[in-house]
Design a protein around this ligand. Structure first.
Ligand code: SF4
Length: 219
């Protein structure tokens, strides 16, 4: 059974997953937890003062954050985001298991919707691929539990005040399956990806990407 977090790492870079599995402590840093916890306090934050919002680990100014939450409040999904049927729900499917930060009640006849929260920044549109893979994994696990199709998930960026819908398209499901195969195949250290992904990777020093780049610059 593969954890959702391993799938997301494998989607980013299988070598990153190799390092992560060797960590003694795989607990989330306190700052990450605090940013995810923002997803459970939108009704307080949407009208909060600048002083209150400045005490929170936001990634936007108080004014921009309130504006983003006001936009979110206009969407159909908002009432379910602030009043989910489950919080921090452990989901266990056929292949994967892990935590969905929320499970929402049905918007229409599509049934329940799992939510994954990211402490980071969203892309311009849609969601980053590792988050898409994690969202598909959560939807598949929920579908397995409830014995019915779950055609979409939501990824929230609570430190920004943005939520994005993730539909389980053929392409997204193929990426999920590829990541699952990659996660299962990690045994020894996989090849380095050696591209833009390395710039923000926490294992960059250990991986030696920077040192190799300098050596190649020196010829
Ligand atoms: S530094 Fe690059 S190759 Fe190494 S683990 Fe990170 S993303 Fe992968």
């Amino acid at each position: 059974m593969t954890p959702f977090s391993d799938l997301a790492s494998a989607a980013y870079c299988p070598r990153q997953l190799y390092y992560r599995r060797r960590e003694d402590d795989r607990e989330l840093p306190a700052e990450v937890k605090e940013r995810i916890d923002l997803a459970y306090r939108y009704p307080d934050s949407v009208d909060a003062s600048d002083a209150t919002l400045r005490r929170l680990p936001l990634r936007r100014s108080p004014a921009t954050y309130r504006r983003n939450l006001s936009r979110l409040r206009e969407r159909d999904v908002y009432d379910r985001l602030v009043d989910p049927v489950r919080e921090r729900a452990f989901l266990s499917g056929r292949d994967c298991h892990g935590i969905a930060h929320k499970v929402l009640g049905p918007l229409d006849d599509e049934g329940r919707i799992p939510v994954i929260c990211s402490p980071g920044e969203p892309p311009e549109e849609g969601v980053w691929e590792p988050q898409s893979v994690r969202a598909v994994a959560a939807a598949k696990a929920l579908a397995w539990e409830r014995e019915r199709t779950v055609p979409r998930a939501v990824v929230e960026y609570p430190a920004v005040g943005v939520a994005r819908t993730v539909r389980l398209t053929t392409r997204r499901k193929a990426t999920y399956r590829r990541s699952l195969r990659a996660a299962r195949a990690v045994d020894g250290p996989p090849k380095r990806v050696d591209d833009d992904r390395c710039t923000n990777c926490e294992y960059r020093d250990r991986c030696g990407v920077g040192r190799r780049s300098i050596r190649s610059l020196l010829g």
